[in-house]
Design a protein around this ligand. Sequence first.
Ligand code: VTB
Length: 327
Amino acid sequence: MESSLEVGFLRAAEKAAIASARTMGYGKRKYSDQVAVEAMRDELNRLKMRGSVVIGEGERDKAPMLYVGEPLGRGWTEGEIYPEVDIAVDPLEGTNLCATGSANSIAVIAASEKGGLLNAPDIYMDKIVVGPTAAESVALNASVEDNLNAMAEAFQRDVDELTIIVLDRERHQDLIAQIREAGARIKLITDGDLSGGIAAAVRGTGVHAAMGIGGAPEGVLTAAAMRCLGGRMQGKLKPLEKWQEDRLRSMGFKDDEKVYDTSELASGNDIIFCASGVTDGDLLRGVRFFGGGIRVSSLFMSLKSNVIRFVDTIYREEGSKLAVSFT
Ligand code: VTB
């Protein structure tokens, strides 16, 4: 991916984060999402590419969306010299978290060469996500106990020294019971298994895996991040309602038992992944507004360049006499 595009994707995530952060705590999740979508779309449309959205948002909860198939970028009007790029977005991952001012909402974009990100339907996915340390130790179809034992061995610690992130949902009663039975610790989150999955793949965050059923689009984005981080994600599409099953069939997915591995969910060789913090979180600080400027923290990763950047950007107001602070 050209470096001008890479910077453009980062800016699009940053601008979405800033727009939604301005609405933090308003209690209006759809509005927070909408402003993130608009800011992100606006930036992406400036880029020299023929971009197509392959993972959009909103179908499930009818939020305003960057819809699947939406063309993005200047290439569609200015000519074919610009590269074709597939784009996966979650302009505000954790709309409720932003609406309530809770931790860990982020703005996310992944991109790849054409065909490099699975065009997953907006239904649920059963997931297991781990970082490089335990990448070869887990399998979605293995029992919870076996996975936890194998992870403990990989991390050279006892099972009761592992912490697993799980979405706090009724559907996870069994999973939670099995994790407790095996003796591991649990961090229940109200939303945001994408940022939970990324945190699991980064040492020092205090979590070692994310497990359970969350959104399939978030699953593909998590897999894109895992490609860049050397982690592992396995996922199985999970239609929980009739319409979701119909959607699966209409998109040509036939095998409900298929386990998708990281490189099937995100197969590209030229993947980039950007996430910007909206509210303070385990991995990224939230947007900070101050007299004269705005500060936003992001994670930027490129698979091809094999680079992981923690980026701290300050947008200065025009004419600002602000002295930038160190932290
Ligand atoms: C999932 C999860 C997301 O919303 O999509 C969840 O992957 C929705 O699940 O990270 P429910 O339908 O059970 O509420 C998030 O938590 C946030 O968008």
